[in-house]
Design a protein around this ligand. Structure first.
Ligand SMILES: Cc1ncc(COP(=O)(O)O)c(C=O)c1O
Length: 384
């Protein structure tokens, strides 16, 4: 079998994210995130206590590239040139294909802008590419930013004039078997530009590095954590490799696509039939991934609505605020934008159950809005 230099085994995308932050980003660096983003990634970021998490506005075509550029410039200037030797002062964490929680796909135009801004301002783009194979069609799946970057600039190509800064590839793709095989296998991979992949293979966490230097000198240091045993989770990776070679994973993926596209259709049909006025699915009918993003009228507090739906109809959904890192106030990403949104997922239940749950949720929303309306009119009349 071919061994690709740009692939590194991980214990899944969450582990991949941790490796990326540990190995490539300054310990007091900046993490730029789409507003909104995957809630467990937010929890991972909070463990990197020296880093600043900065939300960037997000739209139906991906991050707002002009805002990404503005915020990144500001953050870079604020940090200055301090360096402990990590390759990047900051990272943009993105889920460009079938985004969690919104289901949005970053358009190729926005993707190209993101790569251009990252290359020119010298920050890393860490893409969680865990849903891109779950494309239900029609047409071909949206492209990953790593693939887009490769078609824009050959690795290490000069910026133009002789002596100009060399543009190195800056996009790392964080993949996982969690969504295409099973989360319990805990196997994923990083696809990284050669200079970064090499660094990962030979890197160790800072504390361990210090200890190794003291104990054993350079020889051990050059054997990074990922060199021990040749990588992580090698046994399960070997089993998955056999499944790939035998074509079993292809067959499994075909089954998944049929099942999940049926579920997505069932959920969207049921929502379309029963969503109360003023509520909508954005983007309408996602063509892949797990998620449907519901927008409720701006006055509805989605957190209270989700509690109400759970208590009265036993339907559970996550309120948009769970996916937000923005703080209320002027400028930057709007914290209020997610307060009236709800994320629905298709991964766990069959079509019948999803359709029934959607009908129950719609009834709960309708009731909740009417009740809130009554409260409002009562409290406003009591003020007069
Ligand atoms: C965007 C994103 N990244 C990562 C993960 C988790 O991946 P893993 O199980 O490989 O750690 C998920 C799962 O929900 C996800 O939605």
């Amino acid at each position: 079998m071919d061994c690709r230099d740009d692939l590194i085994l991980t214990c899944g995308a969450t582990h991949g994210l941790q490796l990326i932050l540990n190995s490539f980003v300054e310990p007091d660096g900046v993490i730029l995130v789409e507003e909104v983003t995957y809630m467990i990634a937010i929890a991972v970021f909070r463990e990197f206590t020296g880093m600043r998490v900065v939300p960037v506005p997000f739209s139906d075509t991906g991050v707002v590239a002009s805002e990404l550029e503005r915020v990144a410039r500001e953050e870079k200037a604020r940090r200055g040139d301090r360096s402990t030797g990590k390759p990047f002062w900051g990272v943009f964490y993105s889920i460009p294909v079938y985004h969690n929680p919104t289901g949005v796909c970053t358009s190729p135009e926005v993707g190209v802008e993101v790569v251009r801004v990252a290359q020119s301002l010298g920050f890393l783009v860490a893409c969680d590419d865990v849903y891109n194979l779950l494309h239900y069609g029609p047409g071909i799946a949206p492209r990953r930013l790593a693939s887009l970057e490769r078609s824009l600039t050959p690795a290490g190509a000069g910026a133009g004039a002789a002596g100009a800064a060399t543009l190195k590839h800056v996009v790392v793709s964080n993949g996982s078997f969690s969504k295409i095989l099973a989360p319990g296998v805990r196997v994923g991979w990083l696809e990284a530009p050669a200079h970064l992949a090499h660094q990962l293979r030979t890197s160790v966490p800072a504390l361990l590095h210090e200890l190794m230097v003291q104990l054993n000198g350079v020889l051990l240091v050059r054997r990074g954590i990922l060199r021990s045993g040749g990588g992580v989770n090698s046994y399960v990776a070997g089993v998955i490799c056999s499944a790939l070679q035998l074509g079993l994973l292809d067959r499994h993926l075909d089954l998944l696509l049929t099942t999940l596209s049926g579920r997505m259709r069932a959920l969207c049909d049921a929502l379309e039939a029963a969503l109360p006025a003023g509520c909508s699915v954005h983007p309408a009918r996602p063509r892949g991934g797990y998620f449907v993003w519901l927008r409720l009228p701006a006055r509805v507090d989605a957190q209270a609505l989700c509690r109400y739906a759970r208590d009265t109809r036993r339907v559970s959904a996550f309120p948009g605020s769970m996916f937000s890192t923005a703080t209320p106030g002027p400028g930057g990403a709007d914290a209020d934008a997610s307060r009236h949104c709800v994320r629905l997922a298709i991964a766990f239940h069959d079509e019948r159950r999803l359709a029934a749950a959607a009908a129950d949720l719609c009834a709960a929303i309708d009731e909740f809005i009417r009740r809130e309306g009554k409260h409002e009119s009562k409290s406003s009349s009591s003020l007069t």
